[in-house]
Ligand binder design. Structure first.
Ligand code: GLN
Length: 304
């Protein structure tokens, strides 16, 4: 029997003292306030036990991790039409890259790069009555936690500096791949990215994708087929131009965010979340990736 708590303690103490912790994101000025020395790990095992270390209970900006939750809601509204508007191929490019979008006539490579996530946001704005509120309630519901909220300072910060996302949304609009107004869709997108959650809350939210579409309060939200697709997209596209590296080193479906969080999971087994705000040059948490590599190596648990 593996002693998961011991493995997590080992990883935590090994990486806590590492000198190179990466660089905290500064292109969204509000995120720059985070400390590169924050570090948390949370493991939620389907067997019912949870294990953790460090800053696992501190809420941080989930940023692009929200794209998976948005997709999981959008897929329940439009399962077929959605895939006409967004592809499912890895982009091999940074998360905010635009030239492929133009080359491919406004069809984003996948729902986890920014352009693809903006199309998903558009679908949610179309289908939800009060988009921001309803989406937040969905996240609260699957997590079983009513305290989760937006950080409005992060929203304002990204609105001021999100020129790249404005460019993406305008390009999508020019290619007729955005039904609602650019401003309205981006307002929703910036809010979804600015949701704050702790490692524990994220592990509870992503339990759904490990547990065949059923969330922690036992409500079924997704079919098995939808879960298969979302996990496949996380594996192939969750880390942008580092998706190959993450599969190679860690071997799990997962998703990162520029707030420094990473969620990874093994279907029918566990969800693991790390938070360490220092990023590598591809925009993924440097220490988080190292921690997950150590975890799957030490426990010999990966999809491969
Ligand atoms: N809100 C961020 C952006 O749109 C999300 C990017 C990320 O986490 N990779 O740039």
């Amino acid at each position: 029997m593996i002693d998961f708590q011991e493995v997590i303690n080992e990883i935590y103490s090994d990486l806590k003292t590492t000198k190179d912790k990466g660089t905290v994101a500064s292109y969204i000025p509000e995120l720059e306030k985070q400390s590169a020395s924050s570090f948390g790990i949370y493991l939620k095992h389907l067997g019912g036990k949870d294990y953790h270390a460090g800053d696992w209970d501190v809420a941080f900006s989930i940023q692009s991790i929200s794209k998976v939750l948005a997709l999981s809601k959008a897929i329940t509204f439009e399962n077929k039409n959605l895939w006409q508007r967004v592809d499912v191929e890895p982009s091999g490019n940074p998360f905010n890259h635009l030239s492929l979008l133009e080359q491919e006539n406004g069809i984003p490579r996948n729902p986890l790069i920014n352009a693809g996530a903006i199309v998903i946001a558009d679908i949610l704005v179309t289908h939800l009555k009060n988009p921001k509120e309803d989406f937040l309630n969905y996240v609260r519901e699957i997590t079983g936690d009513q305290t989760i909220d937006f950080n409005l300072k992060v929203v304002a910060s990204e609105k001021r500096t999100g020129f790249n996302n404005y460019a993406a949304a305008n390009l999508l609009k020019a290619y007729n791949n955005l039904d609602n107004d650019v401003e309205e869709v981006l307002d929703f997108y910036f809010h979804q990215c600015a949701i704050e959650m702790s490692c524990k809350q994220l592990a509870n939210a992503f339990y759904l994708f490990t547990h065949r579409g059923e969330c922690i309060n036992k409500t079924k939200h997704l079919t098995l087929n939808q879960v298969k697709r979302i996990n496949a997209i996380m594996l192939t596209c969750g880390f942008y131009d580092e998706a190959g590296e993450f599969a190679f080193e860690v071997g799990l479906p997962g998703k990162s965010g520029v707030g420094g969080g990473i969620v990874a999971l093994l279907p029918n087994d566990f969800v693991i979340v790390t938070w360490a705000p220092g990023l590598n040059e591809k925009g993924n948490s440097l220490i988080g990736m190292q921690a997950l590599e150590q975890f799957t190596t030490k426990t010999k648990r990966s999809i491969f």
